[in-house]
Design a protein around this ligand. Structure first.
Ligand code: GRF
Length: 193
């Protein structure tokens, strides 16, 4: 059984969709580790509820990206992690963990990459940028993580129309709903390849 670690920083609705996907047997894997970069976020409650080992590892306790990622790396090795899923994780991973887990780290992004990705493109800003561009389509992407923000090869994408009366919030809601279907599918596809 593939051992999956999920890294989070927020509400963890994507974490929940992955947990559900594993529990139902749709994803041939098991989430045996959740790491949050923030204290007190609801994602941690979700892990608790499901009896999944969980840890808060905060960026501010380390001197920088590489040292922080070394702490993450130590934890995933301790739990024999096969693949890492970033689900709303807001810290950029260091080169050490990316190279040690090369082609084994996935991320979900709430837009159609390669557009509307990169540094600072997260949360509501993504949807504001999509609306400001006048594009008629948005969506979500699951991709493999490399050394650059939102950059590695895309595994799966889902497209949806932008409505004339969309606000960043209404678009965010619809995209998030799609994310919850897309991430389990992409993880299943990735593991079964
Ligand atoms: C999602 O929109 C995801 O694409 C992005 O951060 C958000 C996380 O939401 N990377 P949640 O914490 O999974 O609810």
């Amino acid at each position: 059984m593939t051992k999956i670690a999920v890294f989070v920083s927020g509400g963890g609705t994507n974490l929940q969709s992955l947990i559900n996907g594993c529990k139902s047997g749709f994803i041939p894997g098991e989430i045996n580790l959740v790491i949050s970069s923030k204290k007190g976020v609801f994602a941690i409650e979700r892990a608790k509820r499901e009896n999944i080992p969980h840890f808060v590892i905060e960026y501010k306790d380390y001197s920088g990206e590489e040292e922080y990622s070394a702490a993450l790396l130590k934890k995933v090795k301790e739990f024999n992690t096969d693949i890492i899923c970033l689900a709303g994780f807001l810290v950029k991973l260091g080169k050490n963990i990316v190279s040690e887990y090369r082609n084994r780290i996935l991320n979900i992004h709430p837009a159609l990459l390669p557009d509307f990705g990169g540094k600072g493109m997260y949360g509501i800003r993504v949807h504001e940028a999509v609306l400001a561009s006048g594009r008629k389509e948005s969506g979500c992407s699951v991709h493999i993580v490399d050394e650059e923000y939102d950059h590695g090869p895309v595994i799966l994408q889902r497209r949806l129309p932008v409505k004339d009366n969309d606000t960043p919030q209404s678009l965010a809601r619809r995209v998030l709903k799609e994310e919850h279907k897309l991430y389990p599918e992409a993880v299943k596809k990735f593991i079964s390849k």
